[in-house]
Design a protein around this ligand. Sequence first.
Ligand code: ZN
Ligand code: ZN
Length: 174
Amino acid sequence: MNSSISLKPSRIPLQEVYMRLSEELSRRSTCRRRNVGAVITSADLTQVLGVGYNGGAKGMDNTCLIPGEPGDPCLTCIHAETNAIAKAGSAEFDKWAFVTCSPCILCATLLINSNVAHVYYREVYRDLAGVELLQRAGLEVLEYKEFENEFRDPINLASKAIPMFRMEVGEEAK
Ligand SMILES: [Zn+2]
Ligand SMILES: [Zn+2]
């Protein structure tokens, strides 16, 4: 069997779930240049340790600190990965990072130093220095698009719902 052919799993992979969460988080960014989301999870993918999107300081006006035209570079918003690591910390090893755009070199350094082991990104940033640094440091780095268009069918909530059960007044719980 050709090992390059991967079969669609029966359920959405957790990696795809967290990548979609990072995409939704990117919607909250108001940076004029680019909107990026990031999610950091535990090594076993069961706990979200931090989330972020690129933006300014907490509690400040939700705009880029130094004004500019749409598309002008922004040097005052901190990046999504940085915001996510500010919450996730470095105490846990072998963490996963899910980012909508491949990391810049400064965020790559921060991901390495905060003990992230896997970096999955959806879209590649034009400057590959961050990706190359992550690879040189031995992290798993992947442009993760395999299931981007899969598992998009409507979520089936109603038919799986347990019918409401109402206990009659006076009836003992059994
Ligand atoms: Zn900005
Ligand atoms: Zn960055």
